[in-house]
Design a protein around this ligand. Structure first.
Ligand SMILES: [Cu+2]
Length: 529
């Protein structure tokens, strides 16, 4: 069956590394400086070797108590490129995680969540040996492949990469089976945009379960705003937002654990529940915010502070965009500047937002402003954005994509099996090509959401797009994105995109992963005429 196909020519199954080799490899990687970060890294490494030393059948492991909340925000371990290549291993395996007063036993990258932050530059190559140390699948393929299945298969997607979708590059058609390791090599063009990107699994059937377990990580393409001292001198923080879900055993093993709209137990930043973000009065910080939540939008609100957006989805804006609140959909990134006000403690919350069903609400963090004041300024202007606007005269073709769904009757239980999600009236079929685009085309697409009950989040791989209108209203400044909300009850987004550099098959889908997993995905083939 196509779904399970494995491009054997490219995939390499090598013997698994021994645990000692793995730990040695992790130890050799550079860790970022900073006391809190170093402590965190030590804690993480301690946890890894601890787990590595015991047999999988051993029951009780002595563990340090971790306060449930109010710890200083820490960031994931950073792995950097050296000599033009970022070469690393990523091990997928079960791990214990303490978070927010609960202990989880879930699938992870490198034993934690988020996974390590990968940092590279345009023109460089990302080379990963992905070791799938998850246990064998217990189930076969279901009759309907949009019925979640085989949760221990995985693969690797560089979300937002303008790179080849073929071979061993950013190819989400690959299937990486448990007990094997696989090479991934993604070359970024020299003119790739710089900013905040991320990675996550994208195997149809298991991606949602794995992402909701915390298998997500940031990927920073460095070098943006190099000529803007107000930004380069600002302390940078990475904030990976997730929705934390788990069952009575602290595990994520069934789709029922993810699907009800009330599934979210709490929200987390960098795998911490309500951490503390420290700032000095008058200090400006750059926050790289990634909504890596598996399902829902979040409306971010920082008490008594404005947010100043400088980039969306890893693409620089041409002017600072001041915001009272920031709506961020799953898959999206927003780079913002925050200028701290008077000393005090300020709530950073996910505020109520109606996405058809209520988005998750609650505290994300507390910002504690204290210490000696700093005199830092926000930039008055930003440089010309990296991607040229797409003019009317460039358009070679237009097309329309319709998102829809069927929901259960009012008297039904609302179990996930009573819903269906479609694009152009069909569920995902990996053996079918849904959109064929000629290499060199510049197209204008209209995305319509006819679903009565839910907003959806349109995402397409390989090429970013420039949103020109939303719900029939032209944007004063068209906005480059790789993921965009399309509102329910006939909401409509029009964007333009250039298909210039890469042939091959890639995906478009809803980034609310429950919807994607249940079939709201299509294939796109860019072909050379
Ligand atoms: Cu959706």
């Amino acid at each position: 069956m196509q779904h399970d196909r494995n491009d054997g020519s490219a995939d390499e199954t090598a013997p698994l590394l021994s645990r000692r080799q793995l730990i040695g490899a992790a130890g050799a990687l550079s860790l970022i400086a900073g006391t809190a970060r170093a402590q965190h890294a030590m804690h993480e490494h301690g946890a890894v070797s601890h787990t590595a030393g015991m047999s999988p059948t051993m029951g009780i492991v002595p563990e340090a108590e971790v306060p449930a909340m109010d710890q200083v925000l820490v960031e994931p371990e950073v792995r950097r490129s050296v000599g033009g290549v970022l070469s690393t291993t990523l091990r997928c395996a079960y791990a214990y995680r303490r978070i927010g007063g609960v202990r989880l036993y879930v699938r992870s990258y490198e034993g934690g969540s988020p996974g390590p932050t990968l940092r590279m530059k345009p023109g460089e190559t990302l080379r990963i040996k992905l070791i799938n140390d998850l246990p064998p699948n217990r189930d076969g393929l279901p009759a309907d492949i949009s019925h979640p299945h085989q949760f221990n298969n995985t693969n690797f997607h560089f979300h937002g990469a303008h790179a080849s979708p073929s071979g061993i590059a950013d190819n989400v058609m690959r299937s990486m089976a448990p007990g094997h390791s696989y090479n991934i090599e993604i070359a970024l063009p020299a003119d790739h945009t710089s900013g905040t990107y991320w990675y996550h699994p994208h195997h149809h059937g298991s991606a949602d379960i794995q992402m909701s377990s915390g298998m997500v990580g940031a990927l920073i393409v460095e070098g943006d705003f190099a000529g803007v001292p107000e930004i380069t001198s600002a302390r940078e923080r990475l904030m990976v937002l997730t929705q934390v879900v788990f069952d009575d055993n602290g595990m994520v093993e069934d789709f029922e654990t993810l699907f009800p709209e009330t599934a979210t137990r709490f929200l987390a930043i960098n795998g911490q529940r309500r951490p503390v973000i420290e700032m000095r009065p008058g200090e400006v910080q750059r926050w790289r915010i990634l909504n890596a939540a598996y399902q829902d939008d979040m409306l971010l609100d920082l008490e008594k502070h404005d947010l100043h957006a400088i980039a969306y989805d890893g693409i620089q804006l041409g002017a600072v965009q001041p915001l009272k609140q920031l709506l961020i959909a799953p898959g999206q990134r927003a780079d913002i500047l925050v200028k701290a006000g008077a000393p005090g403690t300020y709530a950073f919350n996910a505020a109520p937002y109606d996405q058809g069903h209520p988005s998750p609400v609650g505290p994300l963090a507390r910002v504690v402003v204290s210490g000696a004041p700093m005199e830092m300024k926000l930039p008055a202007a930003l440089p010309t954005p990296p991607l040229a606007s797409i003019k009317d005269s460039e358009i070679t073709n237009r097309r329309k994509v319709v998102l829809s769904a069927t929901a259960p009757e009012a008297d039904a239980a609302g179990h996930w099996q009573e819903f269906s999600f479609f694009i152009d009236g069909k569920k995902f079929d990996p053996g079918r090509i849904d959109q064929r685009v000629k290499l060199g085309a510049v197209e204008e697409w209209t995305i319509v959401n006819t679903h009565e009950h839910d907003d959806h989040v349109f995402h397409i791989h390989t090429n970013p797009f420039q949103v020109v209108s939303v719900n029939g209203k032209a944007l004063p400044t068209p906005e480059w994105r790789d993921s965009v909300i399309v509102e329910r009850k006939g909401g409509e987004v029009v964007f333009r995109s250039r298909f210039l550099d890469f042939t091959g098959v890639f995906m478009l889908h809803c980034h609310m992963m429950n919807h994607e997993e249940m079939g709201m995905m299509q294939t796109v083939e860019v072909y050379k005429a």
